[in-house]
Design a binder for this molecule. Structure first.
Ligand SMILES: Cc1cc2nc3c(=O)[nH]c(=O)nc-3n(C[C@H](O)[C@H](O)[C@H](O)COP(=O)(O)OP(=O)(O)OC[C@H]3O[C@@H](n4cnc5c(N)ncnc54)[C@H](O)[C@@H]3O)c2cc1C
Length: 385
């Protein structure tokens, strides 16, 4: 099936919504490092952020391929879904592992937009990708957990009401396996900020509303523990497949944005008395970018289909994220090159999208870690760590 045929109504509607938020809107926010509140509100009101929430909780109850279509079209339009995409996959941790009472309490409000669940707290400054070495510790005291530690790169924390937080509840050397002894807490940031939680924005090369968090005896009600104490790492891993597939779809959207822009410019820009696109030295890189993005999009479709069917898809989600992020980065580079000096001009939106799409080879998981997974888990080569 060609990409154009998946969820055409969703794609049309999202495209239409995005025309209300043109490049000028995103450039202004980028300059100020401001959060796209109006855009996020418009997506929420139209129901696009709750497509994965089951109907009984007020969402659309659709599969991940629908969410991929939403995010791909957002990115193809020149916009950026990173301001809110986490709501789609962090919600899954609550949906799959939360109690009935937790789901009844939170999911309808997330679906309606009354509260935002956009923060996902895993990464720490000292542990990096080696998640089992996180040090943020939640100690049970009566009806509460008391949390101490810190997190880094926690995006949207200033714009979210809730955060899914991974902490240790047993020290690593006392847990059975290194991945045991971690737990997931749902933190109500509205209650916690100023009462044990400090949020410090981190300015980056792109407008991503990311932050550093410090926990100093932050109290979280014990009823906000998701699932079983000590089993949290598995719950987080479950959500990561969805995250990788959705972010891969954003990369496909970015790639198509760059190819649309590059091929249009190559047709209209005239130098030496002819369109630059008449030169194969200009055409071929754009054609190569198209081939790579098209191939990557098939990998994303494949991973999404497995996820929707409830099949194991860890390797496919990783491979989709890697191929899509590399294809979008190549397309970004080609688009800048095709535009010559104008590729660097703010008003063309290309330099902004170039900065934005670079992230995806590092976050949510860096390429080396994907290669390591494929080498050891798919190809059976020896582990290096
Ligand atoms: C803008 C932004 C937003 C983010 N948002 C969030 C968020 O909302 N929530 C959250 O929890 N995290 C978030 N992250 C964190 C992100 O997931 C991590 O940055 C990413 O997983 C890489 O981890 P690290 O930065 O600790 O790199 P490190 O683990 O320190 O690795 C550094 C480099 O070394 C390589 N490397 C490390 N070990 C090996 C090895 N054994 N073999 C080969 N290569 C290796 C890595 O591939 C990487 O290139 C965000 C990051 C950024 C930049």
């Amino acid at each position: 099936m060609s990409k154009a045929e998946t969820h055409p109504e969703i794609r049309d509607a999202v495209r239409k919504l995005c025309t209300r938020f043109p490049g000028e809107y995103w450039r202004g926010l980028d300059r100020e490092r401001a959060y796209p509140t109006a855009f996020v509100n418009a997506l929420t009101e139209a129901g696009w952020l709750s497509v994965l929430i089951p109907e009984e909780y007020g969402g659309a109850g659709l599969g991940i391929s629908a969410a991929c279509a939403v995010l791909e079209e957002i990115h193809r339009s020149g916009a950026n879904g990173a301001a809110c995409h986490a709501q789609m996959y962090t919600m899954g941790t609550l949906l799959r592992h939360g109690s009935e009472a937790q789901k009844d309490k939170w999911l309808p409000k997330v679906a309606s937009g009354e509260i935002r669940l956009q923060a996902f707290g895993v990464t720490e400054p000292t542990s990096g990708t080696d998640t089992t070495r996180i040090q943020t510790f939640a100690k049970r005291e009566g009806d509460s957990y008391v949390v101490n530690g810190s997190k880094i790169w926690i995006s949207r924390a200033e714009h979210s009401d809730l955060m899914v937080l991974l902490c240790r509840t047993s020290p690593r050397d006392e847990a059975g396996k290194p991945s045991d002894g971690m737990s997931v807490l749902l933190v109500d940031m509205r209650e916690a900020v100023g009462k044990g939680l400090t949020v410090r924005p981190v300015r980056t090369m792109l407008n991503h509303a990311t932050t550093e968090l410090f926990f100093d005896n932050m109290k979280v009600p014990a009823e906000n523990l998701i699932g079983r104490e000590g089993a949290g790492f598995r719950y987080i891993l479950d959500g990561m497949n969805a995250e990788r597939i959705l972010i891969a779809a954003e990369c496909i959207g970015d790639g198509r944005f760059f190819i649309d822009r590059a091929s249009a410019y190559a047709k209209e820009r005239s130098v030496f008395g002819r369109a630059i696109g008449e030169n194969q030295g200009v055409q071929f890189p754009i054609a190569r970018a198209h081939v790579q993005v098209t191939a990557a999009s098939l990998m994303v479709d494949h991973a999404a289909a497995l996820f929707e069917a409830g099949e194991p898809c860890g390797s496919e989600a990783n491979m989709a994220k890697m191929t899509a992020s590399e294809a979008s980065w190549y397309a970004a580079d080609v688009c800048v090159q095709t535009h010559g000096g104008f590729g660097f001009a703010e008003e063309y939106d290309i330099e902004r999208k170039f900065r934005e799409t670079r992230l995806y080879q590092v976050a949510p998981i860096s390429t080396n870690l994907i290669l390591s997974h494929v080498a050891t888990h798919v190809l059976g080569m020896p582990k290096s760590f």
